[in-house]
Design a protein around this ligand. Sequence first.
Ligand SMILES: [Zn+2]
Length: 72
Amino acid sequence: MPGCTAPPARCQAVHLDRRWVDGAGVSADELALGCYDHHPMIDRQHWRGRIIDGQVVWGRPAGAPVGSTGPP
Ligand SMILES: [Zn+2]
């Protein structure tokens, strides 16, 4: 998530576009790292991620992208 400073050790795999219960797979291009605080919010609020120029860009389903997780 944009602005998140959690180290990878405090993260787990998060589906980018489809949730596990909706049939998402587990290939690397379907997953990103999400911290234990943000992962529940991503699922609960139905955020979706896309990989653009090698960076994960998150946004709500009907909204505009809100930022990337990559370096500035
Ligand atoms: Zn986070």
